[in-house]
Design a binder for this molecule. Structure first.
Ligand SMILES: Cc1cc2nc3c(=O)[nH]c(=O)nc-3n(C[C@H](O)[C@H](O)[C@H](O)COP(=O)(O)O)c2cc1C
Length: 239
């Protein structure tokens, strides 16, 4: 589960990415071809990612009509949608493109028709993609200690991969920036679980999958390969 070949360039991309809602144009053909390769790689384990150009995005998104649709089998965990979708986001970011996860910002009827959505499939989100002006990286996130109860130094004392994994998960994007995760790190694992109180539950599992991909990319940066195990309310990673 949650197996995907991670790219080294995704680490820098995580620390550069922020949501883009106004674009300067659609990706060009070469860029679309490269994104298509990633879509094929990330389309498995119950998730398919398909790219479209044309109507489908609501008009809060300006300057591009290109988007990726995350289609999931009804029995796939929502974390998988976040995990695979964020791989596309980081690949696009590494290519210098802008992206925005959209749970509400797309026309569901148009998109469902475009993908010929089947009864055993669901769509929670699409991702807009386009060319953009460079944006300052300044993510507004809860403090590290509030998320995992540890400082950066304390995490480093536990282990390099645990520190990288937690720091990377912390800056993951989430719906309405709710950051619905409680992260714990010890000598053998990093666990990402739902906190006791989540105001906005609809995307909490999908958001968790995004944070999981970030954690895996963080650990990969220091030479570790992540594997995930389901635990109560979330997933635990070993690397
Ligand atoms: C599952 C999900 C759904 C989202 N839906 C929307 C949306 O419908 N409209 C929108 O403008 N932004 C949407 N966002 C973007 C978040 O608002 C954004 O990621 C968050 O505020 C953090 O900001 P950042 O991505 O710039 O770091 C969504 C993000 C996620 C992960």
């Amino acid at each position: 589960m949650f197996e995907l070949k991670l790219e080294k360039s995704w680490y820098d991309a995580m620390y550069r990415r922020s949501s883009v809602r106004t674009y300067t144009g659609a990706p060009d053909k070469e860029q679309l071809d490269r994104l298509g390769v990633l879509c094929r790689k990330a389309s498995w384990q119950g998730v398919t990612i398909r790219m479209f150009k044309g109507p489908g995005l609501k008009n809060q998104i300006k300057g591009t009509d290109v988007y990726a649709v995350i289609i999931a089998k009804q029995n796939a965990p929502a974390e998988m949608e976040g995990f695979m979708g964020e791989a596309l986001v980081l690949e696009a970011t590494a290519m210098g493109l802008g992206t925005c996860w959209l749970g509400a910002g797309f026309h569901r009827d148009v998109v469902s028709r475009n993908v010929n959505l089947q009864n055993d499939e669901r769509i929670n989100c699409v991702i807009s993609i386009g060319k953009c002006e460079p944006k300052a990286f300044n993510p507004k996130r809860r403090e590290l200690e509030k998320i995992c109860g540890k400082t950066e130094e304390q995490l480093a004392a536990i282990g390099a991969w645990q520190k990288e994994a937690v720091m990377a998960a912390r800056i993951a994007p989430s719906a309405v920036n709710m950051q619905p995760w409680k992260i714990t790190a010890d000598g053998s694992s990093v666990t990402i679980e739902e906190p006791q109180f989540v105001l906005y539950k609809k995307y909490a599992a999908l958001d968790r999958g995004i944070a999981m991909l970030h954690a895996a990319v963080g650990a990969h940066h220091v030479g570790r390969e992540a594997s995930w195990k389901k635990v109560d309310g979330g997933y635990a990673m070993r690397a």
